[in-house]
Design a protein around this ligand. Structure first.
Ligand code: AMP
Ligand code: ZN
Length: 490
């Protein structure tokens, strides 16, 4: 049996006891990327949060997880940027065609593949996904939902586009379950076509958008009216989650910016069309910030993963940084915080290597069960990674790896294996043997240092140790002299 999992539910604004609807299997849907560009690391925070959650559900909760993440490959932005003559079209994508649909496919497939490469570098395993559906593979089902909503009287057609009637819906159910909406500002019958819009602009939203010249479209006749066009963004998720997971499912994730309008509209559409709300738990991650502002493409203050890899940054340091902060707090991205994350990650890695070196038959016995309870207990409690890691580092500081008994070291290695199936940033193996040759000058410095020590000139010995360090080596004093080793990161 696993640990009891607790999660903050944005719908009730409370931390709740989690239990899946189906015994032992958690069905979870994560809003995935819109593939019109390389994802920035702000987007990545939301995918890493979902990855952490599904891993905690498995490893700490003891559940099986059916994890679905969609690929939005048709929306305002993918259409805009794949259009003929668009400056966003890259030479690597090949030649543009006269057919907007072909351009859309080529363009979005390019970024979908890039996305898959990127998330794998960040330690997300593709085999953990039950499915990664593309929106364009579900168009008939999307048309079907539009039809249902209209037939039930909650949607209407204007010039080939179909809108959701918010005022009608409000006579039936609450609109604004995830987000407080000021209905004073609502103008009945006002409509918005954009996929993304602010709380201030809220009005009837598009379920289906009529084709415009030069845009990709699908044929659609609704109640005798020709409505050729394409789905609205919110509708896409309502359909894919139902088709793949069934309604209602257990957990829906996304960034906080998706609460409104995306998720609010999803709830209204699914309930209006299918008669059921999508999910029991709505879980939202907070933003990644840069200098106090949300990292976003529109503000231009973003780094893609690729930007950071070009600077020589290890993607697993990014993963560890993001996982170290609690998902519901804003995280300010700085290179200093990245380098602290790197040090902390390395500290644990060296401890693991040291455990493999441990030959201490008389060392102290450790209660690994107690350590596991304190760390996993925090993870079970709404993914409290900062507290879990605080327990871990306390333990590391109080129990140097060479002081624990060999039998405990073995058990600790097993614990780290389990912990790593959540964090996925360490190697659970002995320290790699590094082949190295000691340069002559380092050898000479070490000899000089040995003499200085013999003459009890410790100041000089210390100076020489520093010089050796500058050359990338360290001297370790032994009974009969010294050994020279390459400097390792600590
Ligand atoms: P998009 O590709 O724009 O649909 O966004 C994909 C995901 O990234 C969504 O869940 C967003 O809420 C999330 N997201 C966007 N910007 C940020 C950010 N700065 N920090 C955290 N999550 C973000
Ligand atoms: Zn979505």
């Amino acid at each position: 049996m696993g640990y009891q999992i607790y999660l903050f539910n944005s719908l009730t604004r409370k931390i709740e006891k989690f239990a899946p609807l189906e015994d032992k299997i958690v069905r979870m849907y994560s809003c995935g990327p819109t593939v019109y560009n390389f994802a920035h690391i702000g987007n990545m925070r939301s995918f890493l949060f979902a990855d952490l959650l599904q891993r905690v559900l498995k490893v700490v909760g003891g559940y099986k997880v059916r994890w679905v993440m969609n690929i939005t490959n048709i929306d305002d932005k993918t259409i805009r940027d794949s259009a003929i003559g668009s400056p966003a079209w890259l030479p690597e994508m090949g030649k543009q065609s006269n057919d907007p649909m072909k351009n859309l496919t080529k363009f979005t497939e390019f970024y979908r593949k890039a996305f898959l490469e990127d998330i794998q570098k960040l330690g997300i395993n593709l085999k953990d996904f039950y499915k990664m559906p593309k929106a364009t593979d579900y168009i008939p089902q999307m048309q079907e939902l539009v039809r249902r909503i209209v037939d039930k009287g909650f949607g209407y057609i204007v010039n080939g586009s179909v809108y959701f009637d918010v005022s009608k819906w409000r006579q039936y159910d609450i609109y604004g379950k995830l987000y407080h909406i000021d209905f004073e500002k609502f103008k009945e019958g006002s409509r918005i076509d954009a996929d993304s819009y602010d709380k201030e602009e809220f009005s009837d939203f598009a379920l289906w958008k009529a084709r415009k010249e030069g845009e990709p479209y699908w044929q659609f006749t609704l109640n005798g009216v020709k409505c050729d066009g394409r789905p609205g963004w919110h509708l896409e998720c309502s359909v894919m989650e139902r088709e793949i997971l069934g309604l209602p499912f257990d957990i829906h994730t996304g960034g906080v910016d998706l609460k409104f309008p995306h998720h609010e509209d999803e709830i209204a559409q699914s309930k209006a069309g299918y008669g059921v709300e999508p999910t029991v738990f709505w879980c939202h991650n907070e933003f990644l910030l840069v200098e106090g502002k949300k990292m976003s493409k529109s503000l231009g203050n973003f780094f893609t993963l690729r930007d950071l890899l070009e600077k020589g940054i290890d993607p697993l340091d990014i993963r560890f940084l993001m996982l170290s902060a609690h998902y519901s707090t804003q995280l300010n991205f700085t290179f200093d915080s990245l380098s602290s994350a790197r040090k902390a990650r390395q500290r644990v890695q060296n401890y693991i290597y040291d455990l493999f070196d441990n030959q201490n038959l008389k060392g102290k016995e450790i209660s690994v069960e107690q350590l596991k309870d304190s760390v996993f207990g925090e993870l079970a409690n709404d993914l409290q990674t900062p507290k879990a890691l605080a327990h871990l580092f306390d333990f590391l500081n109080n129990n140097p790896a060479d002081e624990v008994a060999k039998s405990s070291a073995k058990e600790l290695i097993k614990f780290f294996e389990e912990l790593n199936s959540i964090f996925n940033v360490w190697k659970i193996e002995p320290r790699p043997k590094v082949e190295f040759t000691i340069p002559e000058e380092v050898q000479e410095l070490a000899e000089k240092r040995l003499n200085a020590r013999k003459q009890k000139n410790f100041a000089l010995a210390d100076q020489l140790r520093e010089k050796i360090k500058e050359k990338g080596f360290q001297v370790v004093d032994t009974k009969d002299g010294y050994i020279i080793k390459p400097l390792t990161e600590e």
